[in-house]
Design a protein around this ligand. Structure first.
Ligand code: PHE
Length: 345
């Protein structure tokens, strides 16, 4: 009876410690009551001491008191620990799992945009930025797209009011720059643009980089030189570039620029023999629109078209990122999945 009771009393300590380890601030008191309360485990064992031989009672009584003191001490420690934890003042504990800081990464759109802008800055272009909510004048009219012009159909516009809209391209930055400064000038304007478009290959918001150079006797071969150097700086010296005649109301002549497909090295077929889906088997992918600034645009912003010439280009940033990083689906850019973003860190 005596040894059994001593054993049961001593066993309370590890049981209590285990219960405390699992407890949080809200059930700490319940654990205390269960072990130390008037009807708790310790009280029950102490009551059983009444059945002991009188000469055994002092010894068991000493054990009971020691156990009681130990339980009280453990409870006190646990309570302090939980209170500190709640306040965030926990002393350093080398046994805690390591705290791994969540390190962010640049989005591939940001990455390629910075890279392209850096190349153009080295050539002497200065970066400028302007509003995404634009006037009809800056987005269309001054770019030789008067109201009712059929070319406006090329871009499905998101209107705020009849005269205010989300810019459909970065070209209004040509207008803003030429209204604010006198030539010679060379600027690039990266930023978001918006169109009423949403399918596998089009999103309502995407990024462009606009380029504009105005000087005396600017030629199309200079435009070609700048864009070829840009593409080769970003994609490698063996990348080929081709200019196809095109039309934009604000440039004349105009061209669309294709580069040789990076995924199939311009061959149209992959090593496995399958047709390349990125260039649809043609070996070329379109990356930008460009041309010589139309004299009508110079006239709109008060620059003498007889004295000044210029070129402009507008490049799709997501398209460049897809080619550079081999991203097959445009929608991945906008899903906000940090695992996607971290791949490019
Ligand atoms: N703004 C045109 C577009 O978004 C691209 C472009 C820019 C074309 C500058 C020519 C000159 O499609």
């Amino acid at each position: 009876m005596k040894t059994q009771l001593i054993h049961d009393l001593e066993a309370l300590v590890p049981r209590f410690a285990e219960a405390l380890a699992k407890a949080d601030a809200s059930d700490l008191e319940a654990v205390r009551v269960q072990f130390l309360g008037r009807k708790g485990s310790l009280a029950a064992l102490m009551a059983a001491m009444g059945g002991l031989d009188p000469q055994d009672r002092p010894e068991v009584g000493r054990v009971a008191n020691a156990v009681k003191a130990r339980l009280a001490e453990l409870w006190q420690q646990c309570q302090e620990h939980l209170a500190q934890k709640a306040q965030g003042t926990m002393p350093f504990d080398a046994g805690d799992p390591a705290w791994v800081p969540h390190v962010g990464a640049l989005h591939p759109t940001t990455r390629i945009q910075q890279e392209i802008c850096a190349v153009l800055q080295r050539m002497g272009f200065e970066t400028v930025s302007g509003p995404e909510v634009e006037t009809d004048f800056h987005n269309f009219e001054a770019l030789n797209l008067p109201p009712g012009h059929p070319a406006r159909d090329m871009q499905d516009t998101l209107y705020i009011t009849e005269r205010v809209l989300l810019r459909t391209h970065t070209s209004p930055m040509q207008v803003r720059t030429m209204l604010a400064r006198r030539p010679p000038l060379a600027i690039i304007a990266p930023g978001k643009v918006y169109r009423r478009d949403s399918d596998l290959t089009h999103t309502p918001m995407f990024h462009q980089i606009e380029g504009l150079l105005v000087d005396r006797q600017v030629t199309m071969s200079q435009l070609r030189g700048v864009l070829t150097a840009l593409v080769q700086a970003v994609f490698g010296a063996s990348t080929r570039v081709r200019f196809r005649p095109s039309f934009f109301p604000f440039t004349e002549p105009s061209a669309e620029v294709d580069m040789s497909c990076v995924l199939c090295a311009g061959r149209g077929v992959l090593d496995c023999g399958e047709g390349c889906r990125v260039c649809k088997g043609t070996g070329w992918v379109e990356i930008l629109g460009c041309g010589m600034v139309d004299p009508a645009v110079f006239a709109k912003v008060g620059i003498d078209p007889e004295a000044w010439t210029g070129f402009a280009f507008g490049l799709g940033v997501e398209r460049m990122a897809m080619l550079k990083y081999g991203i097959g689906d445009l929608r991945l850019f906008f899903e906000n999945d940090s695992r996607f973003v971290r791949q490019f860190a």
